[in-house]
Structure formats: structure tokens, C-alpha cells
Design a protein around this ligand. Sequence first.
Ligand code: PLP
Length: 430
Amino acid sequence: MIKRAKSQALFNEAKELFPGGVNSPVRAFKSVYGPPLFIKNGNGSKFYDEDDNEYLDFCCSWGPLIHGHNAHFIKNAVIETMSNGMSFGTPTRHGNELGKLIISNHRYIDKIRFVSSGTEAVMSAIRLARGYTGKDKIIKFNGCYHGHVDSLLVNAGSGLATFGVSSSAGIPESFAKETLVLDLNDLAGFEETLKNYGTQIACVIIEPIPANNGLLIQDTNYLVWLRKLCDDYNVLLIFDEVISGFRVGFEGAAGHYTIQPDLLTFGKIIGGGFPVGAFGGRQDIMAHVSPDGPVYQAGTLSANPVAMTAGQASLEKCLELGFYESLHEKAAYLVNNMNEYFEEQGYEIHMNHIGSIFWIAFSDERIITSDQIEASKMEYFKKLHSFLLDHNIYLGPSGYEVGFVSAAHTYADLDFAIEVLQKGTNQIMS
Ligand SMILES: *Cc1c(COP(=O)(O)O)cnc(C)c1O
């Protein structure tokens, strides 16, 4: 049994300081065996906890670390920028450089605005959509997460195309009522909703690759059809690419499916491990953002030079020839090997992946909507997670979370993971 005495002591202390001992809820290990690990350093595909245990990490800070931990080219660039100061509250050339890099390599972005988190990006994009269209209501989908934005922490009410019910305390019902919640892949429900409410709906927001509630890979046709209906009803389409952006390719899901959204939101990878988010898209819409237009949006630390430098160093690497191909091959290697094994053993488990995002489903059907995920099967994940921790592999601490393969993962790492995952699934299925 691996020792976690120091993590346990630090967690006990943290519980006196922070609600639940954490500064973001899923870190508390509520749905797996604890204590949460307190990590002190990372390098490449691995990180190390305060008790000096080593873990092969497939969480990668929830996605930002596409190059693995402590990538030297990001660290060196950051140190150089930081030697000149941390923040000026003025424009800096670092913001221009990251902006140019993104806009010149992304077909679907004419203009961008940097913020400091994915949540802030989404919140601002929704405000912009409302300001641009002059309409108030928005549509979101069950199984998609868009950060902790008030009007998006909303569940479906009962019945088809109902107005939302807030899923967190502290959100006025009047806010929740501005959000309509639909099921993914429900073409008829979507069309009917636009027919009934299209004149009041500012935008539809979707994770084009839903990856916060399992990995619910949608059909291209469905997304193409959403795009068409949004056009027909004069409703903006927002792709929330906080996870998928720069992950499944430099142009994210928009590029993968070749669909032009009206607005896109980013976070995670865009900051190279620092707190950066962004929203961007069509020129005529972005012209409504202050100070050009009437939609207010601001941030004290927005486009912080250190964070911009980290984003630039990270994204420049992503643009190198063959970067994504080689990354995607690694994820496919892991997933295909595991799926062959699950099939051989007759286990009702499969892994799916798109690019370097993967997920373990305790089912053998293709899962595309959140209601297909059986909560009771999460008991398997809980046991598997514990087995993996004891064998030096770290996955995000919830069966609803996806995993990430980074460029730092080697084939030797993947072979090790395959071996441990096979043993782990044998144990939980026996
Ligand atoms: C992570 C995430 C967010 C929220 O980003 P934060 O930086 O955590 O605020 C929003 N949307 C999607 C799709 C995400 O994956």
C-alpha cells in the first residue's frame, strides 16, 4: 500500500482553510478513495506527491498540459519574460504575439479577446451574443459544462424543451428561466424549440466535443445541422472549446468538423499552464465588444505578459509539423490496446477517444448523451481509480472526467499504463 501520510496531513490542514479542503470541488476526491494527493512537482508525463510517490499522469491539470509537466520551452520563455516584471496593466507585445499566432492559424477567428479563465470566456461570450442579437434567452445541452457561469449552472426541467432549473444554490430562478436546456443529438427537440422561441434566443452554446460528463462524441451531421438551424433562426452558435481548442488540432473542434461557429471560447491549453481564457470569432460580432462597442468586458490581469508568453511557447510547439498526428497516434495506441483486451475478456467496458482526449465507459454501447451513463457503474471507476493510484497511475478523480495523453507520454509509459489497466480491470471485474 502506497503511503499518503503527508497528503493526508496537508488535506486535514486544508479542510480548516478552504470549503471541503479545496479550491475547486472535484479535487476533494469525493467520489473516489482519498485523501487527495498534494503534488509537489512534475516532469514530463509524471508528477510526484508530498510523500514522494511517482505517478504517470493522465489528468494533465485537467487538460492544459498538452506538452506534459514543466515543459522546458515554456518554462524558459516564462522566466525570460518574468525577469522584466510580472504585470503592467498595459498592452504588451506578448499579447500581440499570442493573438497573431492564433488568428493567423485559425480559420474561424477574426478577432480575439483574452481573459483569465474558461468561465470568464464563456460568461463574456454569452453577454456578447445577447448584446449583439438584442435577445435574452440561450440554449444549452444536458451533459455539457461551460464553467460556473450563473445562467449555465442550469438543469433541464421536466418535459421537452423546458426552461432551466438552477443546479446550484445562489442562482435566481429568473436567471435560470432565461436558459433552455435540451438533450444532445435531439434534432426534433432542437427544431421545435427554435420554432417556438427563436425570436427570443440569442445563442446556442455547445461543447462540440462534450468532454466534461464522459466523452460524448457527436455525429458530424448533427453539428452541421445545428449550424444550419441557427442560421435559419438568426441565432448565434457558440462553440465552447475550452477543452477541445488546440487539443484535437490547432483549430480545435471547429477545424475538426469544419464548421464555422459565430463565437468560440477557450481556456486550458491556451495558457500553457497559466490562467488564460479567450473568446473570439466573427469580426462583425467582436466589433460589439468594448471599447469598440457597447458590450462591456474588462480584466485587471487580462493578457498578463507572463501568461501570454506561456501560451505562445505552448502553441508554437503545437504548430510544429506532425505534432498532432504523433499525439493522436499515442492515444489511439492506448485506447485500441485496451479495447482489444476488454473484448477478449468479455468485459462491458470500452474506451473512446478523439485526438488525445479519452474516456473509460463502463458499458459496451456507444455513448452520446449523458442519460446513457449509469451512475451505479461509477462504483467500478472508484475501485479502478484506487487500484491505479496504488500502482502509480493518476486519473482525474471521477468517472465522469476524461483523461488526456500529452506529448510527453512515451510508448513505454503507455505500455506500462496498458499493463496496469489490464490488471486493474481484472481486479474490479472479478
Ligand atoms: C474547463 C471548462 C470550462 C471552465 O473553464 P475554467 O477555466 O475552469 O473556468 C468551461 N467550458 C468547458 C468546455 C470546460 O472544459
